[in-house]
Design a protein around this ligand. Sequence first.
Ligand code: PLP
Length: 406
Amino acid sequence: MRNDSGVSRRTFLRTSVVAASAGLTASVAVAEKSDIPNGAKDSVLTSTYKSYSGHDVTSDAVHAGEDSDSSSYPIYQGTTNQGRYSRDSNPTIDSVEVKLKELEGAEHGVAAASGMAAISQTLLTFLKQDSRMVYHRCVYDGTIGLVDSVLTPSGIDCVSIDMTNLTQLKTALSKKTDVVYFEVHSNPTLDVVDVPAAVKLAKDAGAMVIVDNTWLTPYLIQPIALGADIVIHSATKYMMGHGNGLAGIACGPRELLQRVHQTRMYVGGIMAPFNAFLLHQGLKTLPMRMERHCANAKRVAEFLNDHPKIKRVHYPGLPNDPGHAVASKQLNGFGGMLGFETKEKLGLKVELCKKWVSLGDVETLVVRWPGRDDRRGIPDNYWRMSVGIEDSDDIINDLKQALDKA
Ligand code: PLP
C-alpha cells in the first residue's frame, strides 16, 4: 500500500552539504559519516540516498511496494479490480508506483505508458496557453518533438537555453516562468546541469522544476532531495533494465502528482500491468546494475579518451570533461552513458556491442548520431554509447577491433 506518511528520512552527509549550498537546510539534518547505508559500504560509490522508508536503496529496490504474499507481484490484468477501472488505478501498477516514488524519495508516483507519456502528461498538467517553460537546449529528441508539435502550437512559450550556463538561466528567468525543465545529463551530449544551483534560481523566480532523471536513476542522484519538484523517468531504460518493455513515471509531492494522475485519467497514458510486473523485477537489481554500468563506462571512456581516432569523449567522469566538477559534486557515480566524437566520419563494425537505438539495457548499445544539430549542440561524427554490464575488457576489445578496422 501507499506509504505517504510516517516520514523517517535518512539523510547522509553529502546530501546535507549539497542541499545546504542550495539553501535547503530546513528539510535535512546533517548526518554522521557512520550513517552511510549498507549498500554503499560494499560499493565504490558514496551513497546520499534517502527515502521515506528509512531503508537503504538496495532494500527499497527489493522490498518497496511489495505488499503481496507472492515472491513476484501478481499481474492484475483485469480492466476492473477492487471496483476501480484500470485507467485510474490497478494494484500491480499502484505497487510499482510505490517502489518508484520510494526510490526517488518522493511522496507520490504516477506511472505512465512510456517515458514520453510521463513527460507529456506532466507538462500538460502544469502548462496551459500563455504559460512559459524554460528548458535546456539539449534534451531527448522526443521531448523536443513534444515542444515543437504540441506545446508551442498550444500557445505555450517554450524557451531553449544553455542551462550549463547559469547566467543564461538567470536571464531567462527574469520573465515570469512556470516551469524549468532539464535532464541531469543531457541526451545525447552529456551536458551536466548543476541541479542545486538551477533549483535555487528557479525557486527564487517562482518557477516549478521538473527533472528527467532517466540517465542517472535515483541510485546516482535524487533531484527531489536537491529541491526539484517533480522527477520523471523513462523507466523503459535503466529501471526496466532488460529492454523488455516501455514504462514511465513521474514522482513528486502528493498534491502535484494527484493533478498528473487526473491528466493521465483523461489522456490515458497508463502503464500496462504486465510492464509494471516487469518493472518490479528490473528495479530489484537496479543498484547492482548501476554500479556495474558506472564501472564499465569509466573504463570505456578512458580507453576512448586515449584512442587516436577519437576527437573528444563526452563523459562527466573524466577529469577533462567540462561537466566533471559539477557532476562530482552532485552524483554518487557518473553513470553508464557516454558520447564520443570521431576525428573523421567512420563506420564502426561492432560485434559484441549492439547498434540498437535504446539505452540503459544490460547490453552495450552504440548508435551513430544522424548528423550535426546546432540547436541542441550535437557535433559532427557523434556517437552515443550506453555501456552495458558485460565484461569491460570484452567491450573495449570489441570497440578496439571496430576502430582499428574503421
Ligand atoms: N527521456 C530520456 C532522457 C530518454 O532518453 C528517453 C528515451 O530515450 C525518453 C525520455 C523517452 O522514453 P520512452 O521511450 O520510454 O518514451
